[in-house]
Design a protein. Structure first.
Length: 475
C-alpha cells in the first residue's frame, strides 16, 4: 500500500519500486512500529484529532495486528514498499479508511528512526546479556589456571613468565569495557524522535514528551531536523559491535596459535572443532578462525554506515535507508559467534606441563636479574646493561641464565652474588609481582573475584533494563 501518490500521474517504474522497496529487511521493525503507533494514537486521541470511539477501534486493530505479526499470520506481500506501508495495509484491511488515520502528525522520517532506536535498544540489551555470560566463561576458565606458569609475550616473543590464568583473564576486562560502552550507548540512544514529523515538527497538538515517556525513552528530541537525520546511535552501535569483534578476533588468533602443533598448548574440544574433507588427521580450530574472519564484516558494516553518513545535507535523505542492513547483520553475526566462542573457551584444556616448561625459555627471567641489582641500589640503566650481558653470555655458551656459574655472574657485575639464583625461578618471578593488577597468583585471584562481582552487577542492571523494555513493549 503506497503512502504517497496524490500529486503523481502514474505509478513508479518497476525499477524504481524495486530499488525503493525495503520490506525485505525492515519487516524486522514491525513490532516496534506497532508499539510506536500505539503511543502516537494516544496523543492523537488526547488532542481530539481522533475521536475516542475511533481510537478504541484503531487500538483494538493494532493489538490484533501485533498478535498476527508475532504469530506470522500477517506477513508482507510483494506490493508493500516498506514496513510502514505494510502495517497500514493491515489496518485498512481491518478498518477501511479509518486505518489511515494514524498518519496524521507523523512522517516515515520520524517513524522509522523511532522504530530503529527501539529495535537497537532491544537487541543491544540482548547482546550485553550475552556478553556477561561470555565474561563469566572466560573468568571461570582463568580461575582454573591461576597457579599455572606460562611464558608471557610481547611482539610474539617470550617476555616474562606469567600466571596463565592472568593471560586468559585479560579478555574478560576487554569485554567488560564493551558492556560499559553498551550502557553508555543506551543513555545516548534513549531519545524519542516521534513528533518531529518530516523535519519541522507538527502544527497538530501533539506531545513528543508524552510519547517519549510512553515508549520508555529517557527524553524527547531537542531539534526536529536533527531528530530525523541523526544516525549517530547506529554508527556508535556498529563501533561497539566492531570492537567486540576485534576482541573476539584476538581470542580466535590466540586459540588458533595455541592449538597449533608448534605450540601444542591448547586442546580444543571436538565439539568446537572441524575436520578436513581430504586429510583424515586434521582437527581444525574453525570457530576461532571464523571469529577472526567475521570481524572483517563487522568493521565493514561500520565503514559502510560512516561512508553513507559523511556527506548527507540538511535533514532526512533516502540514503538513510542503508542504515538498517549493516546494523542487523552485525547483531546477527555476534549472535552466532559469541555462543560458539563461549563454548570453545569453556571446553578447552591447556597443557600445564608444557606451558611451565616453556616459561623460562628465551631468557624470560632476565628482568629478574635487573630487578635484583636494583634492590642492591644499582641504577636501573646499569642493571639493565648487566642483565643484557648475562643474556649475551648465555647465547655464546648455549645455556640458560640459571646455568651460569657464580664466577661468571660476578665477572659481569660484582653485585651479582650467588643469591641471584633465588630469583631465577619461574614460580618466584611470578609470585613476586604482587603490585595491583600484576600476575602474582594472589593478585590474579583478587582480580578474578572483583571482575566476577562487576559482571554480576552488570547482569543485574541489564536484566532490570530488559524487564522495563519488555513491559513497555507489552503495554
Amino acid at each position: 500500500m503506497a503512502l504517497w501518490g496524490g500529486r503523481f500521474s502514474g505509478k513508479p517504474a518497476d525499477a524504481v519500486f524495486a530499488l525503493s522497496q525495503s520490506i525485505a529487511f525492515d519487516w524486522r521493525l514491525a513490532p516496534y512500529d506497532l508499539r510506536s503507533s500505539m503511543a502516537h494514537l494516544a496523543v492523537l486521541e488526547n488532542a481530539s484529532h481522533i475521536s475516542k470511539d475511533d481510537a478504541q477501534k484503531i487500538r483494538k486493530a493494532l493489538k490484533e495486528l501485533m498478535n498476527e505479526v508475532a504469530s506470522g499470520k500477517f506477513l508482507p506481500i510483494s506490493e508493500d514498499e516498506d514496513v510502514h506501508s505494510c502495517l497500514e495495509r493491515g489496518l485498512t484491511e481491518k478498518l477501511g479508511t479509518l486505518g489511515g488515520s494514524l498518519r496524521a502528525g507523523r512522517s516515515r522520517n520520524d517513524q522509522v528512526t523511532t522504530d530503529l532506536r527501539l529495535f537497537s535498544i532491544d537487541h543491544m540489551l540482548i547482546l550485553a546479556q550475552t556478553m556477561t555470560e561470555l565474561i563469566e566463561v572466560i573468568l571461570n576458565k582463568a580461575s582454573e589456571y591461576v597457579n599455572d606458569a606460562a611464558p608471557g609475550f610481547t611482539h610474539i616473543q617470550h617476555a616474562q613468565p606469567v600466571s596463565f590464568g592472568h593471560e586468559i583473564a585479560k579478555h574478560a576486562h576487554a569485554f567488560a569495557r564493551d558492556v560499559d560502552r553498551i550502557n553508555d550507548w543506551l543513555y545516548r540512544t534513549s531519545v524519542s524522535s516521534l513528533g518531529a514529523g518530516a523535519l519541522s515538527g507538527s502544527s497538530l497538538k501533539l506531545d513528543p514528551v508524552y510519547i517519549a515517556k510512553n515508549l520508555g525513552f529517557e527524553r524527547s528530541f531537542e531539534n526536529s531536523i536533527d531528530a530525523v537525520s541523526d544516525r549517530d546511535y547506529v554508527a556508535e552501535a556498529l563501533f561497539i559491535t566492531s570492537l567486540i569483534g576485534v576482541h573476539l578476533s584476538r581470542i580466535g588468533e590466540e586459540w588458533t596459535l595455541l592449538g597449533s602443533t608448534e605450540f601444542s598448548w591448547a586442546k580444543i574440544a571436538d565439539e568446537y572443532s572441524t575436520g578436513s574433507s581430504i586429510m583424515p588427521q586434521k582437527k581444525n580450530p574453525d570457530m576461532a578462525e571464523l571469529a577472526r574472519g567475521k570481524t572483517g564484516r563487522l568493521i565493514g558494516n561500520l565503514m559502510s554506515v560512516l561512508a553513507m553518513l559523511k556527506g548527507l545535507p540538511f535533514a532526512y535523505n533516502r540514503d538513510l535507508q542503508e542504515d538498517k542492513e549493516p546494523l542487523f547483520d552485525s547483531l546477527d553475526t555476534l549472535t552466532l559467534v559469541i555462543p560458539a566462542i563461549s563454548g570453545m573457551i569453556a571446553t578447552t584444556d591447556f597443557d600445564r606441563v608444557k606451558m611451565k616448561s616453556s616459561a623460562p625459555t628465551g631468557f624470560s627471567l632476565a628482568t629478574e636479574i635487573a630487578d635484583y641489582l636494583v634492590r642492591k641500589n644499582v641504577p636501573f640503566a646499569q642493571a639493565h646493561e648487566s642483565a643484557g650481558a648475562c643474556v649475551a653470555l648465555c647465547e655464546k655458551l648455549s645455556c640458560e641464565l640459571h646455568e651460569l656459574t657464580d664466577e661468571q655472574f660476578a665477572e659481569i657485575h660484582a653485585s651479582l652474588e650467588p643469591s641471584i639464583r633465588e630469583v631465577l625461578t619461574v614460580d618466584g618471578a611470578i609470585a613476586s609481582r604482587t603490585t595491583a593488577g600484576g600476575t602474582a597468583p594472589s593478585q590474579v585471584l583478587v582480580q578474578i573475584s572483583d571482575a566476577l562481582k562487576k559482571t554480576l552487577d552488570q547482569r543485574k542492571e541489564i536484566a532490570r533494563k530488559s524487564k522495563a523494555f519488555s513491559e513497555m513493549m507489552g503495554a
